[in-house]
Design a protein around this ligand. Structure first.
Ligand code: PA5
Length: 426
């Protein structure tokens, strides 16, 4: 078992379908070979599997140098993107800011846009940015995603009024496909700094590419440390007997028509976006062919006062996976519960153990992932762990965990709707 992440499945064992367990266990080695030899379904998009070990020192240095230049240009960093082009970076940045920002006072403030179609939100953002010196990173593999495109075009017009053409070259960074799409064309035409999104890596598996590494570096994350953690996970998951596959096996041998939801429950607010990233990873990878656990997230202890009743006594359909942190940075040791004199961290841990005991007693299958600490090393390990688990879990359900044909359907109707407006208004 890894020192970075401990996986405890004892409380879920009574819910296992033993026949399914035997069948799936016997297939793991074959699925593992398919993933690694790139012979399985969706293998065109498995470039992330070997990625952490393949990123060289020069590439890391390039991200670091670029991030230093960008930080010197403006104390406000705006990241535009949606889904896999933003959730991974945001999740790591939120954790870093909450857990480690006290160590570094030179981190820019960050704003996110391009992940909705809300006019008031975009309006408010542009107002907030009015007096600030801005650096913008637009991230879109296709370069044509509507939400990101609209936010970018508005931001671009706004920046063109504020900065000269030569200044824009130092303030706009484009992360997109290496040769295709409108953002690549713009980068080439205007000479903007750009980074490629590898063709063989889909959005939700792209954290360890420029999609995640550049914004994380700008926001002060030690990307070397994070990649070291991911490399450790890559190494520890390189054969077919590993904790990521164990997690995939457990969730799949409990899953059936009744047990059809998985909640990822956390006890630190800053883990919220990590659970959002996890939701997208599993939701988009597995939700097809009328299969897949419905992934949801809960934020404890806050949600114990809203959803705790349901979790304890509502319909028994939910597999609950707890994600907790064994040890917070010592900076928070001074935060005390005045009545008991105990550290708040300790009180929170007792709340976690109590919740697990109560929900297990209430008849929920409970899985527990314990992060050793909140370091970027452990976090890097965790991201890779989930990606590997998700790929195996998809193969166990005999589906392609790397495509998202269902997302295209909504876009089809959206484009049709927009064409109608164009026709009416022209
Ligand atoms: O995981 C995925 O593939 C998606 O979530 C995409 O990242 C998302 O739709 C954004 O696409 P794009 O990067 O092309 O703007």
């Amino acid at each position: 078992m890894s020192k970075s992440l401990y996986f405890d499945d004892v409380l879920a064992l009574p819910f296992i379908d033993h026949e399914k367990y035997q069948t799936l266990s016997s297939k793991i080695s074959n699925y593992h070979d398919q993933l690694h030899q790139k012979t399985g379904t969706g293998s065109d998009f498995t470039g992330w599997i070997d990625l952490p070990a393949n990123i060289g020192d020069q590439e890391i240095a390039h991200y670091r140098e670029t991030s230093e230049i960008l930080r010197s240009k403006g104390q406000t960093f705006v990241m535009l993107g949606i889904g896999g082009s933003y959730l991974g970076a945001r999740s790591a940045i939120e954790i870093h800011q909450a857990m480690h920002a006290h160590k570094n006072h030179h981190i820019p403030e960050i704003f996110y846009a391009g992940q909705h179609l809300s006019a008031p939100e975009l309006y408010a953002l542009l107002n907030k940015l009015e007096s600030k010196d801005v650096v913008l990173n637009v991230v879109s593999k296709s370069g044509s995603t509507l939400e990101t495109r609209i936010a970018f075009e508005n931001m671009y017009q706004w920046m063109q009024k504020k900065y000269s053409a030569s200044e824009l070259k130092e303030r706009i960074i484009i992360t997109t496909d290496a040769s295709h799409g409108p953002l690549r064309a713009l980068a080439q035409k205007e000479g903007y700094l750009s980074f490629p999104v590898p063709e063989n890596i889909g959005g939700r598996y792209s954290l360890f590419t420029a999609v995640g590494l550049l914004p994380m570096a700008v926001m002060g994350i030690n990307i070397q440390e994070m990649l070291d953690g991911a490399r450790l996970a890559q190494q520890e998951c390189s054969n077919s007997d590993n904790p990521a596959y164990r997690y995939a096996l457990l969730r799949n041998t409990i899953q059936n028509k009744e047990w059809c939801i998985e909640v990822l429950a956390t006890f630190e607010p800053c883990l919220y976006y990590l659970t959002e990233w996890w939701k997208q990873l599993f939701g988009e990878s597995e939700g097809k062919n009328a299969k897949g656990l419905f992934p949801a997230n809960l934020r404890y202890t806050t949600d114990l006062h809203s959803m705790g009743q349901y979790m304890q006594e509502g319909q028994r359909r939910i597999i609950e996976t707890f994600l907790t942190i064994d040890r917070l940075p010592s900076a928070f040791d001074s935060m005390i519960d005045p009545e008991s004199g105990a550290k708040i961290e300790t009180v929170n841990k007792i709340a976690g153990q109590s919740t697990i005991s109560a929900h297990a007693e209430g008849g929920l299958p409970c899985l527990h992932l314990r992060m050793k600490d909140a370091s970027m090393h452990t976090l890097g390990y965790l991201y890779y762990f989930f990606m590997k688990a998700c790929a195996m879990s998809g193969y166990m359900q005999e589906l392609n965990p790397f495509n998202q044909p269902g997302v295209e359907r909504y876009k089809h109707y959206l484009i049709k709707g927009l064409k109608k407006i164009e026709n009416t208004e022209s």
